[in-house]
Design a protein around this ligand. Structure first.
Ligand code: GLN
Length: 307
């Protein structure tokens, strides 16, 4: 794609074409605070070597939710090492939903991968620090380095999930029982709920995408995390990032990606682009319907697929 390509016009057209699909999905309701989102919102942002292009609600803030799993995985890999991480989580995709409890009691006695809730909670338990604040600061620090600005937690979403996250609580206590979680269960859950409630917008996510697309290099050209950690996280994004919709997404879009239940999708086109979409109406697998529709079109026209 050359530099005269009209990215802005293309993003706008893609957004208008895709936003009608919102009616096929539903806003997440199991976290009460997320129910308030307007299902008609839609945003897209593309970070290119020529700069950032965006359309629609690309500056509307939403919570990271499961997209935070990529960030905490990078922190755990960097601070505790590959071996420690893989002692607590596996590396296989699952056909079950993101918050499933079924496969926990498998022969390996550890969550299948770090992109499902159980795996992400196990990864959180590995993040070092003397208090939740201290551990959270490591996640926030990495994000702040990538984004070049301080990050904030949406306190009402955080409280809402902390009060109603019974299933995540059940997963965490089960993990503790099978020696799959380090430290205090409630502290680890608190860290997990906080990371899920960090506020971002599409422009931020496109920046994070570009950081991963360039193997962990920041805006100013300095390495922020090791290329090895980025490679592992990207592989997990391909195989598990869209949960039990990852296979279809690999065929239709073909890039490392991570979705969250508030409607964001972070995408990485290695060596080329960071891409992000937002649309709170979700399909049954918990992925944004408008987001997937936009990414399919972007992939087709800009030739995203890594395959
Ligand atoms: N905070 C959410 C949860 O644990 C994250 C899940 C998601 O985004 N899929 O249920």
């Amino acid at each position: 794609m050359n530099s005269v390509f009209d990215y802005s016009g293309f993003l706008e057209e893609t957004l208008q074409e895709s936003r009608k699909h919102a009616e096929r999905g539903q806003v997440a309701s199991y976290i009460p605070e997320l129910k308030k989102a307007d299902p008609r919102m839609a945003g897209v942002a593309l970070m290119t070597p020529q700069g950032l292009f965006e359309a629609g609600d690309s500056r509307v803030d939403f919570t990271l939710q499961s997209i935070s799993k990529v960030i905490s995985l990078l922190v755990a890999l960097e601070q505790r090492g590959v071996e420690a991480v893989f002692s607590k989580v596996g590396s296989e995709p699952t056909g079950d939903s993101f918050n499933s409890i079924v496969k926990l009691e498998t022969s390996e006695q550890k969550p299948l991968n770090p992109m499902i809730n159980a795996g992400a909670i196990a990864v959180c338990s590995l993040i070092p620090g003397s208090s939740v604040e201290d551990r959270f600061a490591r996640i926030a620090d990495l994000l702040e380095k990538i984004l070049g600005r301080p990050v904030e937690v949406d306190e009402s979403v955080y409280k809402s999930e902390k009060e109603t996250g019974h299933r995540n609580r059940a997963l965490a206590y089960f993990l503790k029982d099978i020696n799959g979680l380090e430290g205090d269960v409630e502290e680890v859950l608190d860290l997990y709920f906080r990371q899920c409630s960090i506020l971002v917008n599409c422009a931020d996510l496109a920046r994070i995408g570009m950081f991963l697309a360039t193997k962990g290099i920041g805006d100013d050209g300095t390495p922020i995390v090791s290329a090895k950690a980025v490679r592992l996280a990207s592989a997990f994004m391909v195989t598990c990032g869209m949960y039990n919709g990852s296979g279809e997404f690999a065929i239709q879009v073909g890039i490392p990606a991570k979705s969250g239940v508030s409607g964001g999708i972070l995408g990485v086109v290695p060596g080329q682009y960071g891409v992000a979409t937002f649309g709170p109406a979700l399909d049954r697998k918990g992925n944004s319907v408008v987001g997937i529709s936009m990414l399919r079109r972007l992939s087709e026209v800009l030739d995203f697929s890594i395959f």
